[in-house]
Design a protein around this ligand. Structure first.
Ligand code: GUN
Ligand code: FE
Length: 465
């Protein structure tokens, strides 16, 4: 059964429309805003033109003009629009092993399962099958923007770009650079540092020159896998390319004891300091994990305006520690959430947000019952639902330096319609609920059936038919 709310907006592109209904967003970690009977006007370009709360002076006249021009779309029933979710760390090829292969530490997992899987993306048919599935499945689960690692293969990475454009997902895509023969197998690496840098440049040219990408839906990303898999020559060349092109950069940073220790032993400094030295730490850099950042590292990341993709599910398997999220936020770092498919076992950013809350609570209390309570945990580490909601939306947008994740003029209209009455859903509302309780019901209880519709830049990209 679909409710009235979903029927009215089903299959509707919202470019050029005015949506009347209830909206819930978290523009800041401690600011939840609920707008009832508000109007959001969306331009033909997919950008939000105006957000008018019910008591706004212009509300009546916009309502009347939208109605007269047949541009009004009204939400009814217990349905709310929330911003589309921003996943800051996805390995698109690893979607093939989601929910598998999590029985060994990171350094073993890479060699035993992940490099063999990723090497199969030399086969374009296999790549197409997996990439089509990950793009459509993530959209259906509410991920309107994804920051993707692909593989070393140029053609398959082009295919991922093509599929994001075809399905309408906002995406940032990187061809993985990994050239160090000491760390990468012969069957799966860039042939040389020069090849790694040329490959990154070729992808940038492909994305920027793509005939279907005139609106800039997809962005190219410079993607050194992590320091252990790259030679200094490759890191240095990629840093120069980042400066030259202004592209986003993504990499793994101080993820586990092993990864962190590898860089300390090789470069005598932490990952963050080393990346900075190579010119790879800038406003558009996203560091996946960053669990072992020192205070100096945090200050460096903050000063550069770089961001952390917090991946709490994956960290449970590989990190050997819990990322001090609250501390990073208090120090002013940009932070968002990442599923880290397939280091994390779930593709849903809802699941990731739930784990972010739970991990922060476990960090706060500690986990070893043999320790006395006052020595068990790290006080003041918890985050609440509003902060998690922010991280999954506006925080991710800020991390990427893109106008997404909030309902504000000038932002892209990337949104989910959450139907709290979906018969097969898992949200149940009893009586009136406060905005904070509603945020909890949605963030903690929603399942796929509750995600009634999904829009990217005002275009409907997923949802019930
Ligand atoms: N470090 C280097 N590569 C990877 C990867 O694919 N996943 C995770 N979680 N960490 C990595
Ligand atoms: Fe990862």
């Amino acid at each position: 059964m679909t409710t009235q709310a979903t029927e009215e907006v089903a299959r509707t592109d919202l470019r050029g429309k005015v949506v009347r209904g209830s909206f819930l967003h978290a523009p800041e970690p401690d600011w939840l805003e609920s707008l009832s009977d508000a109007l959001i006007s969306i331009g033909e370009d997919g950008l939000i033109q105006a957000v008018l709360p019910a008591d706004h002076a212009g509300h009546e006249s916009l309502l009347a003009s939208a109605r007269a021009a047949d541009r009004l779309v009204t939400l009814t029933g217990r349905a709310w629009m929330i911003p589309g979710l921003v996943d800051l760390h996805v390995h698109a090829p690893q979607y093939a092993q989601l929910g598998q292969a999590l029985d060994v530490p990171l350094e073993v997992w890479l060699q035993k399962y992940t490099f063999p899987l990723e090497s199969r993306f030399a086969d374009l048919d296999f790549a197409t099958e997996v990439y089509a599935a990950v793009v459509t499945d993530l959209l259906a689960q509410g991920t309107t923007t994804a920051l993707y690692f692909a593989t070393v293969h140029q053609e398959a990475t082009h295919k991922l770009v093509d599929l994001c454009l075809a399905h309408g997902q906002r995406a940032l895509v990187g061809k993985v650079a990994m050239d160090d023969p000491a760390a990468c197998p012969d069957y799966y690496r860039d042939a040389s540092a020069e090849d790694a840098v040329d490959g990154a440049r070729a992808l940038i040219d492909y994305v920027r020159g793509h005939p279907d990408n005139t609106e800039g839906l997809v962005w190219p990303v410079i993607t050194p896998r992590f320091i252990p898999s790259c030679t200094d020559a490759a890191l240095s060349g990629l840093g120069s390319l980042a400066r030259e092109t202004g592209c986003h950069v993504q990499t793994h940073c101080s993820e586990s004891d092993w990864a962190h220790g590898h860089v300390l032993a090789r470069h005598g400094v932490t990952d963050a300091a080393s990346l900075d030295g190579f010119g790879l730490l800038g406003r558009r850099t996203v560091l996946a994990h960053a669990n072992f950042l020192t205070d100096d590292d945090m200050e460096r990341v903050r000063a550069r305006g770089a961001a952390v993709a917090h991946c709490p599910l994956s960290n449970a398997y590989f990190a050997n520690a819990v990322f001090p999220l609250r501390r990073a936020l208090e120090k002013g770092l940009h932070v968002g959430l990442g599923t880290d498919i397939s280091g994390g076992h779930a593709a849903s950013l809802f699941d990731t947000a739930r784990m972010a809350i739970a991990a922060s609570r476990m960090l706060e209390t500690g986990v070893d019952p043999d320790l006395p309570a006052d020595r068990r945990g790290c006080p003041a580490s918890r985050i609440d639902v509003v902060t998690a909601f922010h991280l999954a939306t506006a925080g991710g947008g800020r991390a990427l330096d893109l106008p997404i994740g909030r309902f504000e003029p000038g932002c892209w209209f990337d949104a989910l319609l959450i139907d709290c009455e979906a018969a097969n859903g898992s949200i149940r509302l009893f009586g009136e609920v406060s905005p904070e309780d509603l945020a909890g019901k949605i963030l903690l209880n929603a399942s796929r059936a509750n995600i009634a519709q999904v829009w990217v830049g005002g275009r409907r990209v997923a949802g019930a038919a």
